[in-house]
Design a protein around this ligand. Structure first.
Ligand SMILES: Nc1nc2c(ncn2[C@@H]2O[C@H](COP(=O)(O)O[C@H]3[C@@H](O)[C@H](n4cnc5c(=O)[nH]c(N)nc54)O[C@@H]3COP(=O)(O)O)[C@@H](O)[C@H]2O)c(=O)[nH]1
Length: 890
């Protein structure tokens, strides 16, 4: 494992994650926001304390001022009381007041009212005038009458009978010359006099100034603009330190409050500042601070979100790159392909002068070591040209430069002649990347050889090594094309051995095979290298002989030569055997202008030769085609077969080789002819194909097969796959996909249960068109398989591009599996190829246990053939599936 691919330790992972901006940034942001808000709240807290301190100081200062003012007022009032008392005791109450007034020693009547009551409580003098009034019932009068305290008395705020306004009554006792009670001096003061010092600018709208008696009754209270009195309060509660705001019952407003006792008068002065007003500037500042912190946080958050999004994108890109690198490292190590990363080395200079001089090998995987035989380190110390000096001469270097310049992907198969690589055939894929290229090399020698082997096997007869039916067809077509261009002729000769079956039956297959090989060799010896001698199957051979401008005599001479060569005795198992042959020949362009006509006519001529007693050759003549009439009659009958319901489907089971379970059936058509009985498809399918009737017949087969599959499912039988053969003309039909969809819909069958079998030669005619159509069908969920695999020519590359899920080994390769080494090799090669292409492989025509054993041994997945069952009517399949379902349940 390379260091890049080593798993990262948990610690490192956390550290890397922590260093990633997209992780650390939010953490840092949280920290920063924490700091901002902690600092804000700390600052606000400090300011609150300072504001509270200031409020407390203010209230104490106010109290000091207020106390001084009240004390001054009270002293003034008491001086007046003392003065009036003095004058009244000296001169008598009636004269004292006018004299004092005259002397200007009385306070202004606007604010103060001075009265003197005699010992009975009757007002005897007053300023302003209040005659006839009595205070005998007043508490202050009673107190003064009862004892002489020598102290002034402050009564509650009250209204006299003679005056409407409310006043605080300040009184002193009057003594007669005998020292006995002689009445009282009364000074009435407007309650607001004591709170007139209220300054709105300093004390606000809800500041409080008050004086209360020691009895707890308010003499005067001013809150803002309103003055009141008479409320009873709990003075003990008021006499609290101003530390905390306090809510009195007076108006429910919390205030910083302070009180002080004026003992001489038995009064308490109270000053209060409303908390809300005192703290208002602080609250405003607090809101400002919070707003500032909020705005700062929002801006910070916004900036961080933007930076975070940017860094997250960056991290995502880095993560993608890292994963890609890890995946690349892991994949390249685990891969069966060799990887080379090459970085371009540039020449010095600029602009057009600057060019790539070489490539440095930056990295390579273990597979690269195997394919080159060089250690990775050695490769890494090399440049491309040091390592592969021929790279420039072979054009490889220039191609790499071009790919790097253009970008994209370039790939090709390459027959290697460089000793530095230990593979004969390679597939190389080069991807242009930033600063260099990545080259991916795969050793395809084995699959190339397989493909070549398959190609050869598929086009040659395994026994004689001669071209087989498909190659003969191709060669004939090529020869016709050439002859057409050059205005020449081509002779096709069908050669059939006479009495070959007799040799086979009496001397055995091996002797029969030997005879075929000998005869084949002799025929090859009779013709030129450019001619084709092929084996059509069994004891049938076909010769394709481009004739130039040869005449009938030349042709007859050549065929006579072949007759003579074949008839020569052959030594088989020490026994001399002699077989003759019958030859039928047709010549292009005279006897036919296309491959099929020529073949058909040569075949007819060969039959004619047989009829004439064998060991002779016949050239085609029109009358030989009397059988054409029969063909036309069949065609005519076939036209009515669909409408007259003469067609039937038989079903042949397909079996899983490992489990022995039936997993599907192939639908095989039969024609129940009213006169001829059961006609096999080999006879009428080619006619249907030729006439185009196959499209209608094929559609009937599709619909009938889908319906039958659905019927089995509805009968509760285990669902199985239904394979239907599709012929070339049917496949070319533009509406094939629609017809298939309609058949499925009509039957209500899931597409996954339908498989279409197409032949190899069909799809190879036009690979791109076939791929497109197959992809359409695959897209619907339908499975596709290649029938008769091995009999046509399949390009490996094309095979890879088909959406095929199954290859069917043609029965011609299965028939002689037990004896023929060639057929065994073909079967093994097809099995291995299928598996390499991730396809399943099924063998058809399995008739014996040996064949099954061989196929199982070499990993074939499935089989179909008489060994398990012949094609049977639908009821038999139903019974077979019902049995299997029952056995499974049991
Ligand atoms: N386009 C369509 N072609 C069809 C349809 N139905 C049949 N066909 C094609 O006709 C060819 C001959 O078919 P058939 O005579 O039915 O022969 C099939 C089997 O009966 C036969 N087979 C199966 N097992 C064995 C065996 O063990 N030995 C043996 N000698 N023959 C056996 O093989 C034929 C199946 O061939 P394939 O389709 O290649 O799987 C034949 O080419 C059919 O495709 C049709 O509806 N449409």
């Amino acid at each position: 494992m390379t260091p890049a691919a080593r798993p990262e330790s948990r610690g490192n992972r956390w550290l890397r994650l922590g260093l990633e901006t997209y992780v650390s940034l939010p953490l840092f942001t949280l920290l920063l926001l924490g700091v901002i808000w902690a600092a804000t709240f700390h600052f606000i807290g400090n300011e609150r304390v300072a504001a509270q301190e200031a409020a407390r100081d203010s209230v104490m200062e106010l109290l000091d001022t207020y106390e001084a003012q009240v004390a001054r007022n009270l002293n003034g009032i008491d001086q007046t009381l003392k003065l009036v008392k003095y004058a009244a005791e000296r001169k008598g109450p009636t004269e004292a007041l006018p004299e004092l007034a005259q002397e200007g020693l009385l306070p202004p009547g606007m604010v103060f009212a001075v009265s003197i009551a005699d010992a009975t409580g009757r007002i005897v003098a007053s300023s302003p005038d209040a005659p006839g009034m009595t205070v005998a019932g007043e508490r202050y009068f009673t107190i003064h009458r009862e004892r002489d305290t020598g102290q002034p008395f402050v009564a509650r705020t009250a209204r006299d009978r003679g005056r409407k306004d409310w006043h605080i009554h300040f009184t002193r006792r009057l003594n007669g010359p005998d020292g006995l009670f002689a009445g009282a001096v009364i000074l009435e003061v407007d309650p607001s006099y004591f709170t007139s010092g209220y300054e709105r600018a300093r004390q606000g709208d809800q500041g409080l100034l008050a004086i209360a008696g020691s009895d707890g009754v308010m003499r005067s209270v001013r809150i803002g603009e309103r003055t009141s009195w008479g409320q009873t309060v709990d003075l003990a509660a008021w006499e609290r330190p101003a530390a905390q705001p306090w809510t009195s019952a007076l108006d429910g407003v919390p205030r910083y409050t302070a009180t002080r006792m004026l003992r001489t008068y038995g009064l308490v002065v109270v000053a209060g500042l409303a908390e809300a007003e005192q703290m208002a500037p602080f609250e405003a500042r607090r809101r400002t601070h919070l707003w500032e912190a909020g705005v700062a946080s929002a801006v910070l958050f916004l900036v961080i979100v933007l930076v975070w999004a940017w860094s997250w994108q960056g991290a995502k890109a880095r993560r993608r790159i890292r994963r890609a690198q890890e995946t690349y490292a892991a994949a390249s190590e685990a891969n069966l392909d060799a990887f080379f990363v090459l970085r371009a080395i540039w020449s010095k200079g600029a602009g057009a002068d600057r060019r790539i001089t070489d490539f440095r090998i930056v990295s390579a995987n273990s597979r690269a070591e195997q394919i080159t035989g060089l250690a990775k380190d050695v490769m890494r110390n090399n440049t491309l040209l040091q390592w592969l000096p021929r790279a420039r001469a072979t054009g490889m270097f220039d191609r790499l430069c071009a790919i790097m310049a253009k970008g994209g992907v370039y790939q090709e198969e390459w027959h290697n002649d460089m000793p530095e690589f230990k593979a004969e055939w390679m597939h190389w894929q080069v991807v242009g990347v930033e600063g260099g290229v990545v080259a991916i090399l795969r050793d395809i020698t084995e699959s190339k050889r397989d493909a070549e082997r398959i190609f050869h096997m598929a086009h040659h007869d395994a026994l004689t090594g001669l071209p087989n039916r498909s190659l003969i067809g191709d060669r004939l077509e090529q020869s016709i094309l050439l002859a057409e261009r050059e205005s020449q002729q081509v002779m096709v000769a069908f050669v059939d051995l006479d009495s070959f079956k007799l040799v086979n039956d009496t001397l055995g297959h091996t002797a029969g095979d030997e005879l075929l090989k000998t005869v084949a060799g002799r025929m090859v010896d009779c013709v030129r290298k450019s001619d084709t001698v092929g084996r059509f199957g069994g004891d049938e051979f076909v010769l394709v002989l481009p004739q130039g401008d040869a005449g009938d005599a030349d042709r007859a001479a050549l065929l006579e030569k072949i007759l003579a060569a074949v008839v020569r005795p052959v030594l088989l198992d020490g026994q001399e055997v002699q077989v003759s042959c019958s030859i039928g020949a047709a010549v292009y362009p005279h006897d036919g202008r296309d491959r099929d006509t020529l073949m058909m006519n040569a075949d007819a001529a060969m039959y004619r030769a047989k009829e004439l007693g064998k060991n002779n050759c016949q050239f085609y003549a029109q009358e030989m085609n009397a059988s054409l009439e029969e063909k036309l009659a069949l065609m005519e009958g076939l036209r009515r077969a669909v409408d007259d319901k003469q067609l039937r489907l038989l079903y042949q089971p397909k079996v899983d080789l490992a489990s022995g379970q039936v997993f599907g059936v192939e639908a095989l058509i039969r024609w129940q002819h009213p006169e001829r009985g059961m006609v096999r498809p080999d006879l009428f399918i080619p006619l249907a194909e030729e006439s185009g009737m196959i499209v209608a017949i094929g559609e009937w087969v599709l619909r009938e097969a889908c319906r039958q599959a659905r019927d089995w499912q509805d009968a509760g039988l285990p669902p199985i796959s239904m394979s239907v053969n599709v012929s070339p003309r049917q496949f070319d039909d533009r509406r094939l996909v629609a017809r298939v969809a309609a058949a499925l819909a009509e039957a209500g069958l899931e597409p996954g249960w339908l498989e279409l079998e197409v032949t190899e030669s069909l799809i190879m005619r036009d690979v791109q068109q076939a791929v497109d159509k197959m992809r359409e069908l695959e897209g619907m969920g339908i499975a596709l398989s290649i029938d008769d695999f091995g009999t046509g020519y399949s390009s490996l590359a094309a095979l890879k591009s088909f959406p095929i899920s199954r290859l069917k080994i043609d029965k011609s390769f299965v028939r002689d599996l037990a004896h023929s080494a060639d057929d065994q090799a073909i079967a093994r090669a097809i099995i291995s190829l299928s598996h390499q292409l991730q396809m399943r492989v099924i063998a058809e025509g399995v008739e014996t246990e040996q064949q099954r054993a061989f196929l199982t041994q070499y990993g074939c997945d499935e089989m179909q053939g008489y060994l398990f069952s012949k094609p049977v009517p639908p009821e038999d399949i139903g019974a077979m599936l019902a049995r299997s379902a029952h056995d499974t349940k049991g």
